[in-house]
Design a protein. Sequence first.
Length: 496
Amino acid sequence: MPAELSPPMTKGRTPTVIRVLVLATFVVILNETIMINAIPRLMSDLRVTEVAAQWVSTAFMLTMAAIIPTTGWFLQRVTTRQAYAVAMGVFIAGTVLSALAPTFAVLLIGRIIQAGGTAVMMPLLMTTLMTVVAEQDRGRVMGNVTLAISVAPAMGPVISGLILQISIPALDSWRLLFVVMLPIAGVVTWLGLRQLENVGEPRPGVLDIPSVFLAAVGFGGLVFGLSKFHSGSYTTPALIVAGGVALIAAFALRQVQLQRNGTPLLDLRVLLSGTYAKALVLMAIAFLAMMGSMILLPLYLQNLRHLTPLETGLLVMPGGLAMGLLGPTVGRLFDKFGGRALVIPGSIGIAVSLAGFTQISMTMPYWQLLGLHILLMVSLAAAFTPVFTLGLGALPMHLYSHGSSMLGTLQQVAAAFGTALVVTVMSARSTSLIADGTDPTTATLEGMRLAFLVSAGLALIVIAMAVLLPNRSDNPHGAHAPEQSGEPESPELVKS
């Protein structure tokens, strides 16, 4: 939100605007994973291949990656209520279109529209939180945000598994996923428009069309290329990734030029903050590890241990719930003791849990799998809330929306990279073993073990970043840092 006004800082309670935005964010993020269990139904009802059906999830992720880089600019040009109305209105429109979709192509368009609304909501929530919540309460309130962004993806497959069991004549079961979501989204939108108040005032600025193109094609291409590595061919995905990286580099150069004599779409001066940059790296690798485990565990449980999708969802649900429900507690501990007391043990727990998953076998008790998954989710909760708060808290207020946008963009890239990495490592290892005469089940199991080992190795970088993070944000201006002719006022930015 803009820096012209001093925002109303609240102490000791969660502002209504944040409660409404958390609820709306939970609803829209839930949709990112809710279609996972519906793939077989889509293949049957709409007569598409498995590869095509997977696009209901892939297209959602691609759209998020393409749009989120633009939200930093967008949120500074509209009021809080306007941003909320646009995000929820677009999301509801996509939900209606998906529910009524006569063909798979129309369903895909509906999912893309849904993702467009979702892409705005998360940066809006983070930016508003950093603007209206007093620094000493940010950890507690950020914990509630963690609940929304962690429980929603974990609950998606479980909720869809339950809904898909319902049978209604003349209505395809997968359509129920959107029919059920529609009134919930409608009520949340109505509540929000009744209770939301504007925070700050919009600032004028020109939209740089080349930047929009470079961001959309660059980040979208990168995520698309990474998502194609599971197909078994590496040459084409690698070329797409290289093209995406080249366009992102051009995007970055364009933003540097605009920072001198225009309005950048994504202000890269956020990276001048050492604390923010470290938090960005830590969050990306931790999110990569989380997404890798979210891909590998269902493959292991369903393909090797032969659990149903619903049974798989129920087994991993306690970890997701533990992560979300622990968020507010972690936030209060952060407000009291600072970040290092949480982030360092949390990062160690991430590495230990991933190392534990390298011991999976065909006979490993389910309670051990459950325990390792809960340890991973609790450790991620201990890391995410302080990292978000420390990273954004190190920025002056006029960069909050850009910092939130970059965090959101990197989450999508890390999710795609994590998926590509574990699937590629697993496939390469299992293919090599099968060629040497190993039976397919044993070869797949060994591939999964190696993929978990690689993830555990990357978690060591998380530990290193955790040690380097400060205990508190060293930006004394906090949310009231002024904007001076486009240059950051924060001493940390100058010092870096």
